[in-house]
Design a binder for this molecule. Sequence first.
Ligand code: ATP
Ligand code: MG
Length: 158
Amino acid sequence: VKTDLVPLVHSILDRFDMNKTELIGIERKIPDEKIDVWIDKDKITQVIDNIMSNAIKYSPEGGKITFQLIRERKRIKISIKDQGLGIAREKVEKIFERFYRVDKARSRELGGTGLGLAISKEIIEGHHGHIWASSKEGQGTTIYFTLPLMNFKRGGRR
Ligand code: ATP
Ligand code: MG
């Protein structure tokens, strides 16, 4: 359904601010305007939940998470940046594969199934968006995804 993305992401991030126990700061770079997108709210919430929980889960020393929402000409771009462990260059693309986990032993301790990002990719591509990652081992990870803006929805229906 037609959804204003700005209050939706604020409410998701408010929930993370409430529940976080560690000393993790979440910085928001979100424009103060209405940004309508045509989305399944629950599914996009699930995507942001997973990327945010990963950022927290894989940032052992705490650190800062930066959530940025940018409006481009035909799409919005969200990036979620952490200062955690990072991922080796040759493994970055694999994190979107089903059941893939970078460090099996460590990931097992942290819990999870290795499905979060595979499901996120399916959801984003189902919305005609893209999802990708950039990371440097030891310096943190940024996950990006895009969603088409309302007026540019495929098929031209409003
Ligand atoms: P689940 O999401 O199913 O609970 P998970 O978090 O292990 O389990 P994904 O969210 O799909 O699974 O992530 C896959 C793997 O990618 C993780 O196990 C981890 O190794 C790596 N990864 C994901 N996000 C980050 C991040 N922000 N920093 C470092 N590694 C990450
Ligand atoms: Mg996950």
